[in-house]
Design a protein around this ligand. Structure first.
Ligand SMILES: CCCCCCC/C=C/C(=O)SCCNC(=O)CCNC(=O)[C@H](O)C(C)(C)COP(=O)(O)OP(=O)(O)OC[C@H]1O[C@@H](n2cnc3c(N)ncnc32)[C@H](O)[C@@H]1OP(=O)(O)O
Ligand SMILES: NC(=O)C1=CN([C@@H]2O[C@H](COP(=O)(O)OP(=O)(O)OC[C@H]3O[C@@H](n4cnc5c(N)ncnc54)[C@H](OP(=O)(O)O)[C@@H]3O)[C@@H](O)[C@H]2O)C=CC1
Length: 315
């Protein structure tokens, strides 16, 4: 079964006001739908208002409560202003899901310091900005739950040096905040680390990476990729009272792929000698000047095919 039907109680979050960053697309959109279907007032926040408005309309049509806020999470001042606006309008902010993030692929040898800093700023600083704003603007006084979406980064991941460093930083920051903020009315801070998830985010990948993903469903021991709904379910669990004594963890939701360096028989040769998840046959143009000439595809047919194949049962 690839899809997912919610197993959670319909009114699980009926008194909650939950902020989901990056809620206008992909995994964030799915998390927002799931939380709203469980009774939460969901606030989705990102830079592109059009996407946010469209998701809010979808949720409201289904009977859910959804508000939108435009934000660049790299801006700590705007982050606090946003939290204050949410509290002023909705009376509280009980949970925060830091889902906004991303990167571009680049070999370290071709990456500028500015490129590295840009991705660290978005993912690590942006997540800190949101946690700090939530603490200062509401949770420090009233408590709350935070889930940070990261990526599996225990092992090296070629062409992802910037985001790997940032995500590792988030995981460590999460543990520290769990320890420091637990005493503030039981604030809990946890991470979810998705494996490869079929999401609209894949449209940002270079075409050859999309090709590789589309033709190799066997990249995890579970024999398939994950769905947005499966990430949403893990977030719901961590935000819920069922996880009341779970604090500071990083929950891998990856079908076991972070455990495996081996691959199904017959596929070993496709992988590079370090046993990394990134197949060796993804070529990269030689020379720094070519870095920006990678062919990025807009809404490639293959991503849409994959999205259909892994379609969530609920959306
Ligand atoms: C640890 C393992 C991690 C594994 C993760 C595996 C799976 C992950 C999946 C996903 O994350 S799905 C989500 C997909 N969505 C995205 O990734 C978002 C897409 N990316 C962006 O939106 C942008 O790239 C950005 C990260 C927000 C950066 O955009 P910004 O506009 O802020 O940067 P720029 O001003 O354009 O550039 C700043 C700096 O960075 C250099 N740079 C930009 N793109 C590239 C590139 N493709 N290759 C190399 N360098 C790049 C750019 O040149 C600038 O530096 P200088 O040239 O001025 O030195
Ligand atoms: N799909 C996958 O396989 C995996 C995804 N992840 C992570 O999960 C999260 C969601 O990914 P996914 O849904 O696939 O990808 P998307 O690219 O669809 O989602 C990224 C979201 O972040 C928002 N965002 C980006 N930069 C900013 C910013 N500066 N301020 C506010 N919002 C911002 C974007 O909205 P906007 O552009 O409007 O600001 C977008 O909604 C990301 O952190 C991603 O790295 C981790 C592992 C695997």
């Amino acid at each position: 079964m690839l899809g997912y039907n919610s197993v959670f109680k319909k009114d699980l979050f009926k008194d909650e006001v939950i902020l989901v960053t990056g809620g206008g697309t992909g995994i964030g959109r799915c998390i927002a739908h799931e939380l709203a279907s469980l009774g939460a007032t969901v606030v989705i926040a990102a830079r592109k208002q059009e996407q946010l408005t469209s998701v809010a309309e979808e949720i409201r049509k289904l009977g859910g409560k959804c508000d939108t806020m435009q934000i660049n999470i790299r801006d700590p001042v705007k982050a606090l202003e946003m939290i204050e606006a949410i509290v002023a309008k909705h009376g509280k902010l009980t949970c925060l899901v830091n889902n906004a993030g991303g990167q571009f692929m680049s070999p370290a040898s071709m990456l500028s310091s500015k490129g590295f800093a840009t991705v660290v700023d978005l993912n690590l600083n942006g997540t800190f900005n949101m946690c700090k704003a939530a603490f200062d603007g509401y949770m420090g006084e009233h408590g709350g739950q935070i889930v940070n979406i990261v990526a599996e980064c225990r092992n090296g991941f070629p062409r992802m040096v910037h985001t790997g460093a940032a995500r590792s930083g988030i995981i460590n920051m999460t543990k520290t905040l769990a320890v420091e903020w637990g005493p503030y009315n039981g604030i809990r801070v946890n991470c979810v680390a998705p494996g490869t998830i079929v999401s609209s985010g894949m449209k940002n990948y270079p075409e050859n990476v999309v090709d590789m993903i589309a033709t190799n469903d066997w990249m995890s021991p579970s024999g398939r990729y994950g769905t947005e709904s499966e990430i949403a379910a893990s977030v719901v669990f961590l935000l819920s009272p069922a996880a009341a004594y779970i604090n500071g963890i990083n929950l891998a939701v990856d079908g076991g792929s972070s455990l495996s360096k081996g691959f199904p028989e017959g596929h070993e040769l496709a992988f590079n000698p370090e046993g990394s998840l990134m197949p060796a046959y993804i070529g990269w143009p030689e020379g720094k000047d070519n870095v920006h000439n990678i062919k990025h595809v807009d809404a490639p047919a293959k991503v849409n095919e994959l999205l259909n194949k892994y379609k969530k049962s609920k959306l």
